[in-house]
Structure formats: structure tokens, C-alpha cells
Design a protein around this ligand. Sequence first.
Ligand code: GLU
Length: 502
Amino acid sequence: MAANIPARVRFAPSPTGHMHLGSARTALYDYLLARQTGGQFVLRIEDTDRKRFVPGAEQELMDGMSWLGLEWDEGPDKGGPYGPYRQTERREIYQEYAQKLIQSGHAYYCFCTPERLEQMRQEQQHRKESPHYDGTCRRIDPDEAARRVANGERHVIRFKTPREGTTTVVDHLRGAITVDNERIDDYILVKSDGLALYHLAAAVDDHLMQITHVIRGSEWLPTFPLHGLIQRAFGWQEPVWVHLSVFLKPSGKGKMSKRESSELIKDGYSVFVKDLESLGYLPEGVVNWISLMGWSYDDHTEFFDMASLVEKFSLDKLNPSPAAINFTKLDYFNGLHIRALSQADLAQRIRPYFVEQGYVVDDQRLYQIVPLIRERLTTLDDAVAFAGFFFKSDLQPVPEELVGKDLSVVQSLEVLRRSLAILAPLPDVRLETLEPLMREYVDNSGLKAGQVFGILRVAITGQKVSPPLFESIEIVGKAKVQERLEQAIHLLEVLAADGVER
Ligand code: GLU
């Protein structure tokens, strides 16, 4: 389908757990195609599997999509001309279409009991056959089957897969896929509780919702021929089918297990969208990262914001090969997008991380800090580790860290006392005022700049790594700097009195 025909695409998640990066990528590609073609992006909740239903998962999906900036046009919360958009609210629609298939001879009632099916499964396993339905109820006369259903006999509805010939379906990325029909099972379309399963529900919805492109995970490739058959049984025009690449663990060896996924957070990473914000990732960074997990524009352009993705995205450039999840790349893209923000925007984005840690944030000071730290941030919460000291009234430096590299306690004390003596009479501690005097002192002292400034850094910031020292001193202000130097002197005096010589 040409890119300029408005696409109607749907993101059709099942609310069965946390929103995974894979789902986020599917939703992103849907969104991009819809926006690029001036079409619509539909959110459809596929909640027919009640056993796997997780309360709250639907909300989490919507929150995740909103956070990523993937606004949908139609959905359970927004309504739209093709609703309802939750499959459990469409039960009667599926019943009606299942009946159509029965009437046209493409589906049949099956009365086999769970016990019989289990026995059949075991026998097949014994014969080393792959599990499949043996077709017993295909042979029941349709009138008799209808009578048994009318009598209330427990039943499911199965698709009547042709026994002969082959079926060919076309995936946009992989081309034609042909399978022997005898290898396609008579899948259940409607369960005994009357609820349709995915195979029927998705086909009916995609048709009624006028979906032009089905973009979904490649776990649906094995049943893809069945889906083609169902569409054809109804005589419908098939959508463009796009099965995306699989995500592999960072090593590239296999898929990430549940346990591996939940343990990632210890390293500051996650495959769940809900965690990425608190870990300090920008939605822009995440979007850029996932956009390139299975798609590329050319072989060198890496930086994309949403507008450029909308412009440049193309289904033809999707890559079906499995993609290893590379968190180093996530950090890289996050850094790029942090540095692409305006200072005011970045200040607003880092603010909540300080507040969360209990800091009382002075906005004016926050704005002053941003230029000092923006180059160093990988994640937004790094700002707290680098710059939290700006908002602390009391620092508790580790006394031993106040001892300069290769210096004694007494030598370090001397550095602090001299620095205080230089600073105290100055009218202010601006960079231009203080730095030349301190550099002059270093030159005359015979010490290395790193030794002197290392001591001052710990005394004034409480940390060994900090934003540039003199810029920081200027922001902390003379009174506080003086106070912190005096405190550091006191701490080293105690250390010296305790006889600690290093
Ligand atoms: N509910 C299906 C899933 O979550 C959606 C597959 C599709 O997009 O058709 O895997």
C-alpha cells in the first residue's frame, strides 16, 4: 500500500502484565505510520484471555503510551466510530461472525470433552506427533450439531481448515510464506464460555475497524497462515501484514527470561516502560532507541526526534532479523536527547528527581546548575548524584577524603587554611575573582593543581566527583563556601589529633 494512503493501524495489546519494550516499539511504528500518512492510530485492548488478565495493566499501557508521546486517536477511553475498543465488550459481534463461518462451512461445533482432548494429546505425544485436533467433530452432521448446541451441550467452535493444498500468506518483510494445510490445526475460534479467541476476534476487529496494516510481534508468525485463511473464509481484503523482529537479550543469545527481566533493574536498566522514567530516561531517548531496533533510515543517521521519525519512517526499511537489546545504546541516546533539550526544559525535567530525594529545590539555582552538568548526564537522575550538594544545607564529607592525594593530613590542613585565607577577604567568589588567586597559590605551593582542588572539591561539595569546581563555588556562594572550608578544617584537625597520618 502506498505511503500516501491514510493508514488505519491498531496497537492491540493484551492487558496481561507490564508494558514491554517490544510492545512500545510496535505502538511506535503504528503511531509513525498513522501520523505519516494522515491516518488513524487505534488502541484496542485484547482482553479475552481472562486467566492472564492483570487488573491495572490497561492503565499502565495507556500511561506508557502517553509518556512515550504516542497519542492514539480511537480507544477504550476516547471512543471512536468503530467501538467498543475492548474485546470483552464485543463478545456478541464475534458470536455473529462465528455463526457466519459455521453457515458457510468454514467452522464447526466441537463437543469433545477436555478428558478426550487430553487423552488424544497423550497418544499423539506417544506417537511423536505434534499436538493437533483429530477432526472427530468435523464429521458431525451440521443439523445434529445445531440440535446438540440447542440442547445446551458444552461446545467450542473450531475453524475448519482445508485438509488439502497449501496456503500462502505474505508478510511485508519476509515475503510469501507457504504451508501445507494439513499442518494447520483446526484452531478453536470460540471457547466453551462463548468468548472468542484471538484468531477470530482480531480478524473480525481488524476488518470491522478497517485496519489497513497489522503490525505485530513475530510470535504470531506460526498462526499467520490460519489468520490468512480466516480472512479469506469471510471474503475480506487482507491488511498489509508486518511481523516485527524479535528482541534478544543483550548478549544476543536467546530471549530474556522473566527472571532476567526483573533483575535488570539492579543495574539501572529495565525492559518495562513504567520503570524507565524513574530510572532517569527521557521518553525522547527511549523512542529514538527503540525506533532503531528493527528499523534504520540509512546506515549512519542515529539521532531522531518524533517529528523526524514521522517524516522518515518507512515499513520498507524494517529489518526482520532479531535485535539484541543494547542498553549502552539507550544510555547513549538518552545523553544525546538530554543535550538536545533547552536549559529551561532540562531544569524542569531534572527537578522531580531532586524533589523525590527530599531536596528543597530553588529554581533559580537549578537553572544556574544546568549548564554545569548537562554534558555529564547520562540519565536525568545522575543530576542528583552530581549536584545534590547545591541544595544541601549541611554536608558531611568523609574526613579521610579531605586528605589530598599523596599528601599528609597536616599538608591537607594547610591547603584548606591557605585557601580560606585567600577567600575570606574577597568581596565575592566569582570565577574571575577566585580562580586566578587559587591558581597562583597552587603555582607557589609546589603542589599539583589536582591535589589542591581535590581537597577543596571534597570540602565544598562533599564529593570526589562534582561539576567544575570554581563554577560550583560561585553558585554555592561565599558564605556557604567559607562555612564548608571551616568545617573541613575542623574535621582534619580532629583527624590530626587522633594521630592519623596517612
Ligand atoms: N493481543 C495480541 C498481543 O498482545 C496482539 C497481537 C496483534 O497485534 O495482533 O500479542
